[in-house]
Design a protein around this ligand. Structure first.
Ligand SMILES: *Cc1c(COP(=O)(O)O)cnc(C)c1O
Length: 229
C-alpha cells in the first residue's frame, strides 16, 4: 500500500498539472487534507510530509484529534467542513481555524459571539447548494448575497468565500458546471465589494475540474488517506 507521503505527492502533482492546463500559479491553490475517520497518527504522518491544513467533518472526532496533536497545534490549521449544529458552536469557535459550512445567520452569530478574544477572527465560508437537491445543506444561490452581507459584518468572523459539495458526476465537463456556478456567485460578491479570497470546491474525484474553474482550496480525503471504512 502506498504511504501517505507518496499519495500526498501524487495529489500535489495532480494539482500542479491541473494548474498548468489553465495557466494558473500552483501557489494559488491550497490543499486541504480531509482526515475524517483517520486517526491522529495519520495526521502526524501527513504533517511530517509537509501538509499543514486539515479538514474534519465531525466535531467530537475532530476535538479528540486536535487534543491528541496539541504538541503540533501552532503548525496545524484545522478546518470544519461538516455540518454544524448550534449546540456545538462554542467548542468549534474555540478550537478551529476555519468553518466552511455556514448556511444560517444564527450559527454565524453564535460563532462570532463565542470566538475567544485572544484568537484571530475565525475564517468562514458560506456553503452553497449549487446542485439544488432538497436534501442537501447549504444556502440557495438566490440567498447567498444577503447571507454574505450579514456575515461579513460580524466582528469575530472573517468571511473568506464560498464552499460547495456538488452532486458527484462523471466526466470533466459535467464536473465543471457546478463549480462554474459557484465561481460566478463568488465573482458577483467580489464585484459588490466583499473581500473574498477563497473558493472551496473540488474533492478527490473532481479536483481537476474545480481547479479549472478557479478553486483556491481543494478538499481531498481518500486520495491521500485511502478509502474510508
Ligand atoms: C469527505 C469530504 C471531502 C473529501 O472527500 P474525498 O472524496 O475523500 O476526497 C471533501 N469535502 C467534504 C465536505 C467532505 O465531507
Amino acid at each position: 500500500m502506498a504511504s501517505i507521503a507518496s499519495k500526498l505527492q501524487q495529489v500535489r502533482h495532480r494539482i500542479s498539472q491541473a494548474c498548468a492546463l489553465v495557466q494558473r500559479d500552483v501557489q494559488s491553490v491550497t490543499l486541504l487534507a480531509v482526515s475524517k475517520t483517520f486517526g491522529a497518527d495519520a495526521v502526524r504522518e501527513a504533517h511530517a510530509a509537509g501538509q499543514h491544513a486539515f479538514g474534519e467533518n465531525y466535531v467530537q472526532e475532530a476535538l479528540a484529534k486536535i487534543e491528541a496533536l496539541a504538541d503540533l497545534r501552532p503548525l496545524l490549521e484545522w478546518h470544519l467542513i461538516g455540518p454544524l449544529q448550534s449546540n456545538k458552536t462554542r467548542e468549534v469557535a474555540r478550537s478551529f481555524d476555519w468553518v466552511h459550512t455556514i448556511d444560517r445567520l444564527k450559527v454565524a452569530e453564535r460563532l462570532s459571539a463565542q470566538r475567544p478574544p485572544e484568537r484571530a477572527p475565525l475564517s468562514v465560508c458560506l456553503q452553497v447548494n449549487v446542485s439544488g437537491e432538497a436534501s442537501k445543506s447549504g444556502v440557495a444561490p438566490a440567498e447567498v448575497a444577503a447571507l454574505a452581507r450579514a456575515v461579513a459584518v460580524l466582528p469575530r468572523l472573517r468571511l473568506r468565500g464560498l464552499m460547495s459539495i456538488p452532486e458527484p458526476v462523471e466526466g470533466f465537463e459535467a464536473q465543471r458546471a457546478p463549480h462554474r456556478r459557484l465561481r460566478e456567485l463568488w465573482a458577483a460578491l467580489r464585484d459588490e465589494g466583499l473581500a473574498l479570497d477563497t473558493l472551496s470546491m473540488g474533492m478527490s474525484a473532481d479536483l481537476e475540474a474545480a481547479v479549472a474553474e478557479g478553486a483556491t482550496l481543494v478538499r481531498v480525503g481518500s486520495a491521500i488517506f485511502g478509502e474510508r471504512g
